[in-house]
Ligand binder design. Sequence first.
Ligand code: MRU
Length: 353
Amino acid sequence: MTDKNKLGFETVALDDEASALVIIDQTRLPNERSILRLATQKEIWDAIYLLQVRGAPAIGVAAAYGIYLAAKEIDTTDYDVFAKKFAEARDYLNSARPTAVNLSWALSRMGKIVEVGSGEGVETIKKRLLAESRAIQAEDIEMCRMIGEHGLSLLKPGMGLLTHCNAGQLATSRYGTATAPMYLGHERGYGFRIFCDETRPLLQGARLTAYELSEAGMDVTLLCDGMAASAMRNGWVDAVFTGADRVAANGDAANKIGTFPLAIAAKRFGVPFYICAPSSTIDLNTSTGKDIKIEQRPAEEVTTMWYKERMAPESIKVFNPAFDVTDADLITAIITEKGVLRPPFTESLQKHT
Ligand code: MRU
């Protein structure tokens, strides 16, 4: 796939000279391209919590750069003092969102650099942290590129593909996960028809996926989440591709709320349901979906946000989990950078690592 940045701006970048994490504010898209330069740990934490930077792989890259920036600011030559302050900053960033394992995965990878560096000077460790954070981003790009190749091997020209939330370039460093086969197929003239769930309550599908895929010149149709089963019944959907925030050792996969009902509908209509996830999203330390912590978000996201005026009674109770878990038996295959993993996932995921 061409290495061209599909949108003309980076989802996440590091400006080392200015000691800033640079992101496009995803809460302002598609209407406004607002670039944020985040210098403090609080700003970075808020950006992750508020979904200004979001999507499991992009959160991981932002956290890697964020913890590097924190380390850079630690003004000591004493290793123990440095390691203690580093651990505090790591735990703080790790508390921003619980479900996407990429956050703790990236932070623990950065933490290992500090651990093994105990015999080195603090300045050397800081240089290694910079190199590691850049490697995390470079690997993310490569993993998504390979997911595109493996995903496309399952598809034929002219197919209808349905996706949920945004597992696109905006959720990663480039290409996306679920969208990587779409970008690649588009480049190779496959002429896919893409169906994109709007993804209540935060509209990542409408605001982000519909935006980035249509900007790339694809044929995109936007659906409210509850319309996906009807699109399948109409025979418009040949495959469902979604991302994941955490894949457990048995193949259960957490992804944006609304993914699970999509998988049930896909089963009902015999439509293959694919999860696209880089290795950084696979968590063999989590046995099953039951062990995945699901983030609960504020009620206002359902009752008020996006509306000119509140659209629900003032005192109404709200259930607003950000993610759901799709059971492994509903998943046709998990597509990683290494290939297409088939059930039983307990075995194929073990072999994968
Ligand atoms: O709450 P979000 O927008 O961070 O949720 C994102 C998703 O659920 C994505 O599908 C997932 O992180 C995979 S991104 C490649």
